[in-house]
Design a protein around this ligand. Structure first.
Ligand SMILES: Cc1cc2nc3c(=O)[nH]c(=O)nc-3n(C[C@H](O)[C@H](O)[C@H](O)COP(=O)(O)OP(=O)(O)OC[C@H]3O[C@@H](n4cnc5c(N)ncnc54)[C@H](O)[C@@H]3O)c2cc1C
Length: 415
């Protein structure tokens, strides 16, 4: 280890997040022996949130399997965990202020504060019975309210809304879902996959109300119904508002750290302030392939947490991860590789009818992303799968022949 790092006291503002926990592990794995302090305001050790909308919500799995590091790892590796809310960052003084007045000095700082749920700013939004989902406490509260036979309203059918709608249905809750687009997940995955997902939810018994939105919640002392823009009155016992997240940057206001849709970082996870880094949902990063993007997925939090820690120790390897994520809904699995906010061509192979298909998103002839529904493998685990092959094409900015992409018999690695 270089001498000047011996007194390094990196501070991570995201104790429970993936990115923070992985960064701490990477610092130790890469041989850093100085002080490491994790600050965060959730009670659990760093963990992955995916089971909160799936197995943990349905009571099928404990959280411990999703801990980033075993609980005793922190003491064993001299990583201090401070349970507190950070209220201010002073980059001149090189310290972070915590609620209650404590000050923690740092030599290097990693911002891994993740995101917070957007609220629905409509009358009645504070009625008991209306929930958000980000934390274990949120999930436990939903679980408690989601009794078999109860009527739930899900507002928003992005990933969290779709997964919660599926899980609640599996828990024998009657679900109505209201969302502005034409189909679930349409804005991320396009109309073709969106319509397949709509079919899956309808078949499972979810009432899908597309092209509409909740304008008011009503109830005397507790949620009783939601009113939509189209004038529907949806009687419900509970509602889950899943209308997206915004990056948690409140603590950084006025700090001098550049913010724009999150914390602006370069490909080495560095902010504009020397010694301050960011990773995970909060990091709006400059990606060598995809330009400036902010990614709200588990695999990014994990990989970028590690990349940022390496950068903190002086590595100069660009974070060029070909982003991937997954989503589980009922028995169906979506896997995605790459990043495409817009595209001008979508082609698919496989059988939409059997819901086993891989779709490809091209922009100007360049393959930017691919999605698999019950097909194509996990791009992280199955290197021979179609999604992993697509990720390799995306990494080299390939311009494959669209008809070859759609052809079952063409090996993607040979395009
Ligand atoms: C219900 C749910 C299901 C998901 N399922 C999937 C999935 O199936 N696949 C997938 O790819 N992704 C999934 N995700 C997304 C994934 O969990 C996130 O991308 C990941 O958690 C981001 O990690 P992070 O470390 O950046 O942020 P977070 O996990 O949000 O951690 C940030 C931490 O910082 C803390 N913090 C914030 N501000 C302060 C402050 N001022 N002081 C102290 N602490 C602070 C927060 O409380 C939090 O503990 C899911 C997310 C949710 C909510």
């Amino acid at each position: 280890m270089p001498d000047q790092l011996l007194d390094l006291a990196p501070l991570d503002l995201g104790r429970q997040g993936m990115a923070g926990g992985v960064a701490a592990r990477t610092l130790r794995k890469d041989g850093y022996a100085g002080a490491v302090v994790l600050v965060g305001h959730e009670p659990t050790p760093p963990f992955g949130r995916p089971p909160l909308s799936k197995t943990y919500l349905r009571g099928e799995e404990a959280l411990s399997g999703w801990f980033v590091n075993p609980e005793d790892w922190y003491d064993d590796n001299r990583v201090e965990r401070v349970g507190a809310t950070a209220t201010r960052v002073d980059v001149q003084a090189g310290h972070v202020e915590l609620a209650g007045g404590k000050i923690i000095r740092y030599a290097k700082l990693l911002i891994a504060t993740g995101g917070e749920n957007r609220r629905l700013d409509v009358p009645g939004a504070d009625l008991p019975g209306i929930f958000q989902l980000r934390t274990v406490a949120d999930c436990d509260a939903i679980k408690e309210a989601a009794r078999p036979g109860a009527r739930a309203l899900v507002a928003g059918m992005g990933f969290i809304g779709s997964e919660v709608a599926a899980s609640l249905t599996q828990m024998k809750v009657r679900v109505s879902a209201v969302f502005p687009g034409a189909a679930p997940l349409e804005s991320v995955l396009g109309p073709e996959i969106g319509l397949l997902m709509a079919g899956i939810h309808r078949e499972a018994g979810v009432e899908l109300i597309a092209g509409d939105q909740v304008v008011r919640f009503e109830g005397s002392g507790r949620l009783e119904r939601a009113i939509t823009r189209m004038g529907l009155k949806l009687e419900c016992d509970l509602a889950i508002v899943a209308v997206g997240i915004k990056p948690s940057v409140g603590v950084l206001e006025g700090s001098g750290i550049a913010l724009d849709n999150g914390v602006l970082v370069d490909a080495l996870c560095r902010t504009n302030v020397p010694g301050v880094f960011a990773a995970g949902d909060v990091a709006n990063h400059l990606h060598p392939l995809f330009g400036r993007i902010r990614v709200e997925h588990y695999n990014n939090a994990e990989k970028q947490g590690a990349a940022a820690a390496s950068s903190m120790l002086g590595a100069d390897t660009e974070y060029a991860y070909v982003h991937t994520f997954w989503s589980d809904q009922y028995e169906h699995k979506l896997e995605y590789a790459g990043h495409a906010r817009t595209w001008d061509l979508f082609v698919a192979r496989g059988s939409a009818k059997e819901r086993k298909t891989v779709g490809f998103y091209l922009s100007g002839g360049v393959l930017r992303a691919a999605v698999g529904l019950n097909r194509g493998g996990d791009p992280e685990q199955d290197e021979h799968g179609e999604l992993a092959a697509a990720a390799r094409l995306i990494a080299r900015q390939a311009r494959p022949d669209p008809s070859a992409l759609a052809d079952e018999n063409r090996d993607l690695d040979r395009l």
